[in-house]
Ligand binder design. Sequence first.
Ligand code: IPE
Ligand code: MG
Length: 224
Amino acid sequence: MDGNGRWARARALPRTAGHRRGAEAVRRTVRGAVELGVRYLTLYGFSSENWKRPPAEVDDLMALLRFYLRSEIADLHEHGIRVKVIGERERLATDIVALIEQAERQTEGNERLMLTVALSYGGRGEIVRAARELAQEVAAGRLAPGDIDEPAFQSHLATQGIPDPDLVIRTSGEQRLSNFLLWQSAYAELVFVETLWPDFDKEDMERAIREFHRRERRYGAAGG
Ligand code: IPE
Ligand code: MG
């Protein structure tokens, strides 16, 4: 979700206003995904690197997150949406962690859409953590190095149990992954759209899905 700042700047508004509109786009996109029959949606809300932003902006984003968690969870639950958060939870404020845990617990049994929110998330950090956990297993004598294969590695990632993304959409014209689901996106179709995140809507998502369907996915096999 990129482009909140540029959206605000184009209107001579503070970045905060862009983030606020961005939160509305989250609401719209989640509803749109349910309507389109999407089963798994992962939103990159805040990266490990976003902590480097000015403290006032970080505070502002965290306040929005608190507000979103407090005001939206009941509605998400009513719509049959399961909420899961991935990322470095230990870096988030304790009250936010409590809200996240409550949201995950409350929506645990829902199956219509799995909404994963990446907060203080970074793909490299996630991979390093998996490597460290596997090394600990080996050091403790519970695992042989030769048993470390892709499924074993995958089982230590935060997305364990969530299928790899088929489609990754990045807004605002940037053409980078920026540390998003690095392992999981190995075969994802990447779609880059010019729309700034606060303007993103169901139509943008439908267009990206249509683009996805036009592509031929071969997973390394020969073309026909
Ligand atoms: C996305 O918008 C919001 C977060 C990364 C939290 P940006 O804040 O990155 O907006 P731009 O890139 O400055 O337009
Ligand atoms: Mg940005």
